[in-house]
Design a protein around this ligand. Structure first.
Ligand SMILES: Cc1cc2nc3c(=O)[nH]c(=O)nc-3n(C[C@H](O)[C@H](O)[C@H](O)COP(=O)(O)OP(=O)(O)OC[C@H]3O[C@@H](n4cnc5c(N)ncnc54)[C@H](O)[C@@H]3O)c2cc1C
Length: 303
């Protein structure tokens, strides 16, 4: 009974003049302005600017929900990183296939690289992947999705004022080396809820520990500099590390000895060179990345 849900566009989120409460300036659907205040405010709007970083790549992708003329997909098998896509000059690319039934799947083209493609670039990449790599024959596209996720070793500030906290991607919950976010968001929000329920003062921890962030910084730099070949790097990891352990690692929850074993599966010399070089690289502003709102559209079309 004490919960009030409202939908509106927030244009400003900040401490109130006294600093004791947070305030959110909003506009409702009819354009009316409403000021909402609270003892605490949590802001998960996508960040407009990325923090200064030694390396910033973007994980950008477009997917088609396809319906094929004949059964070509195995609904029991998801392909998560298929590196048979042409590799970009910087970073890496891969396709993935999430089948829903033998004739329907989400087919995605993803790049980790400095800048997104234009619409035509994603169309060409998906044309090539579906026709020339997967060979799925004629199909209809029933819906599309698009996303841009920052992969950066910049530090996202967890607080934006005395009463305002950033959460989700805006609060650094995106794992820099993979773009995975859901699990960290759930950990973060569960922790905050528990803390508030217990009445203890709120201290929001960084979503990933120092060791995970350090390893990610090394990997991002090694990928961006071209020192390691991205496709070969992940191929080695998937072949050489048991699935459960790799998932724990990707989620930032693996113990030190497992991190070491995983490190030994990587190209050790280029990674060590990157470790040595990293402290000397300055943190720079990233030229305003077009972190356009991610979207999923439904439509019927044949490419
Ligand atoms: C297509 C796609 C697939 C993904 N798949 C995965 C996956 O499989 N696993 C994974 O871990 N991560 C995945 N991600 C990464 C994903 O970004 C995060 O997992 C997650 O959605 C981030 O949560 P968030 O709460 O930080 O941001 P969002 O989920 O983006 O939430 C931000 C919210 O803020 C609202 N908002 C924005 N501006 C305003 C404003 N001015 N006023 C009011 N509200 C506003 C938005 O409408 C949105 O609801 C995927 C991302 C995309 C785009």
């Amino acid at each position: 009974p004490r919960l009030c849900r409202m939908e509106a566009t927030a244009s400003a989120v900040r401490d109130d003049p006294s600093g004791a409460r947070g305030e959110v300036l909003t506009r409702g659907p009819g354009g009316e302005r409403v000021l909402v205040t609270g003892r605490l405010v949590f802001d998960s709007r996508p960040p407009r600017r990325l923090p200064p970083a030694r390396t910033t790549l973007l994980q950008h992708f477009t997917g088609w929900f396809v319906r094929t003329g004949r059964p070509v997909f195995d609904p029991a098998t998801a392909d998560l990183m298929d590196f048979r896509t042409p590799q970009p000059a910087r970073g890496l690319s891969f396709g993935y296939v999430l089948p829903l039934d033998p004739r329907t799947a989400l087919v995605e083209y993803t790049e980790f690289s400095p800048a997104p493609l234009d619409t035509d670039g994603y169309r060409r990449a998906l044309d090539h992947y579906t026709h020339d790599v997967l060979g799925i024959g004629p199909f209809d596209v029933t819906a599309r999705e698009h996303g841009v996720i920052p992969m950066t070793d910049g530090r996202f500030p967890l607080r934006q004022g005395r009463s305002v906290y950033r959460i989700g991607t805006a609060g650094g919950a995106t794992r820099p080396s993979t773009g995975y976010t859901f699990a960290a968001v759930q950990r973060q929000t569960r922790y905050i809820a528990g803390r508030l329920r217990s009445g203890r003062p709120l201290r929001v921890p960084a979503p990933y520990g120092r060791r995970a962030r350090m390893m990610d910084a090394v990997l991002l730099r090694a990928l961006d500099s071209g020192r390691v070949d991205g496709a070969d790097f992940f191929d080695r990891l998937f072949r050489g590390v048991p699935g459960e352990r790799l998932l724990r690692f990707m989620d930032g929850g693996s113990p030190p000895h497992e991190d070491l074993l995983i490190g030994l599966r990587t190209p050790v010399v280029p990674m060590l060179r990157t470790v040595v070089e990293l402290p000397f690289r300055p943190r720079r502003e990233h030229p305003a990345p077009p972190l356009a709102p991610s979207s999923t559209d439904t439509e019927e079309s044949t490419p």
